[in-house]
Ligand binder design. Sequence first.
Ligand SMILES: *Cc1c(COP(=O)(O)O)cnc(C)c1O
Length: 451
Amino acid sequence: MTDLSGWLRQGVDAVERWQRGFADHPAHPCQQVDPDRFRAAFAELTELADNYPYFHPDYAGQMLKPPHPVAVAGYVTAMLVNPNNHAQDGGPATARMEREAVAQLAGMFGFDRHLGHLTGGGTVANLEALFVARESHPGKGVAFSAESHYTHARMCQVLGMTGHSVPVDAAGRMDLDALDALLAKGEVGTVVVTAGTTGLGAVDPIHEALALKERYGVRLHVDAAYGGFFTLLAGDERIDPRPWRAIARCDSVVVDPHKHGLQPYGCGAVLFADPTVARFYRHDSPYTYFTDADLHLGEISLECSRAGAAAAALWLTFQVIPPTPDGLGAFLAAGRRAALGWAELIEDSEELDLYQQPELDILAYFPRRGSLSAVDAASARVFTDGMNDKADPVFLSVLKVDADAFGRRHPGVTADAGGARLLRSVLMKPESEARVDRLHRRVEALAADAR
Ligand SMILES: *Cc1c(COP(=O)(O)O)cnc(C)c1O
């Protein structure tokens, strides 16, 4: 078990001990606060009723969960010093931790060389990957699947590049024949493949895309913001290892430790296989970079100031729960088993239908009805009724799909609408595994009540 308040105490003590090593100095009177005002404001802050219970296994909705207490202890302790990982001048200790943790991420993906750093999240990490793509393939566009994260189309706009949407197959994975036909036109310089789509957790066939990289000389960028840590299960019979092993031969990869890496927001990461892409970041700063001859983190990233505390949190977590199959992998394996277990229950259910087999730990399902409009209405009912049941709440999320995608999977349901809302559960807490039977019974009952 964990002892968060004890660890936080140790962190506060350690920082105060360190501070006492410097000449004593009085605090300025303006640092004083009125204790009553603090108490009142703090009481309002700690009135958490207006949040969903992300920590609880009955919260089976969006990809949200609290950070691991080890990460919190690392974050808070370093944050008391408040290092800035932009440059060695801002945080030599946490800059070193960032390099170590990033090297562990690179090792996890099988990169033997790398250039990389942490970011505020997957959005900025992907922006950086596309920025490098633009510099290395000037004048060319970017291809991404229709089910990739919306950030790619948006960042193409930011970067002044043309984005090309590629259709997906009946399992939500990029259609490589369509990609091949697009690449043959010669307008695309970079392909974004997704290892775990945000909606369904679909994994694009990265291993097959490698052949197209060879044939057309395109860059291959992997958006593994959500799914990246599932590479730890690539040796497990419950996961197809081929796309994960192929990441080592791609040009760049993004992974979000603040999703499956037990970290608080914001902690993303971008890794490049070719360290010489550092040349695209070259810039000068008249007030920084004087304390080290090596490239500072700020010299290889687009963001300037960044929390050194985020690096400390990830570093400490990886010391205790390393990114290995037996370490962090155990968390993902439990979620994967939960998704498979619930999928099986849904397949045997009279009330619910599985939208498609889960590839990772994201499950999409819907109340059994004869038409799309009825599926949509029943899903919406289950979603709100579950959340609003004060005595026995269950928290799900909703996924909107179009009639064509639905019809490819369930042709028997009458397409009387342009699309439908389904139910979606991201089972990213290891505790979900022990809760699946209960979640299933609860959602079945809600679906029956929605008739
Ligand atoms: C979450 C996600 C992003 C965006 O990352 P943020 O950390 O939310 O900025 C990009 N791509 C995929 C596949 C994601 O799941």
